[in-house]
Design a protein around this ligand. Structure first.
Ligand code: GA4
Length: 328
């Protein structure tokens, strides 16, 4: 067998087969957040895919556009200036390295802490006032969408307290993270049938993630537990919601956290914003009692969000992080 080395520019970045038109996921569930049927559609999508698209969300196009153009301006700076906003951990600018255990992707990013409805004061990056203001406006808006989605989930699941899920991401001390990703094009791979991995396959550890990207596609989700990868057509006017591991546990496996990844485009850059809604570190993550049928037991050992997060940072991106908490 002949093993070909990656072209030097993408050394250390895993390559993926370039997606073609037949990989497109035409059946992405679409939730009209202004419709009375939203709660049912959301529950159905979370059970089937752990993933859906949200339209009629009420967030002004201006809010999204401003945040996007400020992000583009940030990433267009000289490398040395961006590096001054690093390192990425605990918060700041990062390039290519993801997490602490050797994962690499063809991207650069900002990993930021959110406190209540805006960037945490402790997070001094980004420094530019215009970028911070644009991000704060966006974060306040996307967080409202996350709350409405979590309330609709509770309603659809028949939980009496409307805020049973949303309170976990809004209460004092909730662990919210915001990420701005820039996937530059990778022209060196053009026409080779393969693409650089932008962000390798993984599930998100939190309750939900709410993503918005520019018009460049690249996001893929796994169907049938990873047997098939499908490309999600980009829609810059919509949000895409992922079920995370914690929500899988809170629903005792009824909702599945979705495996997803990003494949880079050889010619166009992709810019995405992701809000990750996580609970306070001390929050116990266990199935909500109202969701357990008679005699039904939790599929998971009990843990707090803090314990799960600590364990997650010891794993590689593609690891099954929930496996170590499953009851045998
Ligand atoms: C995936 C979801 C979020 O982007 C993130 C990621 C985090 C990181 O980039 O630092 C992790 C990854 C994410 C899961 C496992 C660990 C932690 C990289 C990694 C290998 C910010 C998060 O909360 O978990």
């Amino acid at each position: 067998m002949v093993v070909l080395a990656n072209p030097p520019v993408v050394d250390q970045i895993p390559l993926l087969r370039s997606p073609g038109p037949r990989d497109s996921f035409a059946a992405v569930p679409v939730v009209d957040l202004s419709s009375p049927g939203a709660a049912r559609t959301i529950v159905d999508a979370c059970e089937r895919f752990g993933f859906f698209k949200v339209v009629n969300h009420g967030v002004a196009a201006d809010t999204m556009d401003r945040a996007e153009s400020e992000a583009v301006r940030f990433f267009a700076q000289a490398q040395a200036d961006k590096d001054r906003a690093g390192p990425a951990y605990p918060f700041g600018y990062g390039s290519k390295r993801i997490g602490l255990n050797g994962d690499m992707g063809w991207l650069e990013y900002l990993l930021l802490a959110v406190d209540s409805a805006s960037l945490s004061d402790a997070c001094t990056v980004p420094a530019a006032a215009a970028f911070r203001a644009a991000l704060n406006e966006y974060i306040a808006a996307v967080r409202k969408v996350a709350v409405r989605v979590l309330e609709a989930m509770a309603e659809g699941l028949g939980i009496a307290a409307a805020d049973a899920l949303s309170a976990m991401v809004t209460e004092q001390g909730s662990d919210q993270v915001f990420r701005v990703n820039h996937y530059p094009p990778c022209p060196a791979l053009q026409g080779l049938g393969c693409s650089a991995t932008g962000f390798g396959e993984h599930t998100d550890p939190q309750l939900i993630s709410v993503l918005r990207s520019n018009g460049t596609s690249g996001l893929q989700i796994a169907l049938r537990d990873g047997a098939q990868w499908v490309s999600v057509p980009s829609d810059r006017d919509a949000f895409f919601v992922n079920v995370g591991d914690s929500l899988q546990v809170l629903t005792n496996g009824r909702f599945r956290s979705v495996k997803h990844r990003v494949v880079t485009n050889s010619l166009k850059s992709r810019v995405s914003f992701i809000y990750f809604g996580g609970p306070p570190l001390a929050q116990r993550i266990a199935p909500l009692p109202e969701l357990l049928g008679e005699g039904e037991e939790s599929l998971y050992r009990e843990f707090t969000w803090g314990e799960y997060k600590k364990a997650a940072y010891k794993t590689r991106l593609g690891d099954n992080r929930l496996a170590q908490f499953e009851k045998k």
